[in-house]
Design a protein around this ligand. Structure first.
Ligand code: SF4
Ligand code: SF4
Length: 61
């Protein structure tokens, strides 16, 4: 299992994580990119790699 976290202080809401995630983890909720479907994460680290603000990160649980 992977836990996906977005640091709201850093996130610019650019959408890069949502566009790049192959697991459909991210969705826009009330105008903010949110890691809604964490069960879909398979730990590829793509979102971390593409995030321009170092705002999203994943941890194994
Ligand atoms: S690690 Fe991969 S599957 Fe998990 S949220 Fe990031 S881009 Fe999506
Ligand atoms: S890629 Fe980073 S800055 Fe852009 S919406 Fe995702 S978490 Fe926020």
């Amino acid at each position: 299992m992977w836990k996906v976290t977005i640091d709201r202080e850093k996130c610019s809401n650019c959408g890069a994580c949502l566009e790049s995630c192959p697991g459909d983890v991210y969705e826009e909720v009330n105008g903010k990119i949110t890691a809604v479907n964490q069960d879909e994460c398979h730990g590829c680290h793509t979102c971390e790699a593409v995030c321009p603000e170092d705002a999203c990160f994943i941890e194994e649980e």
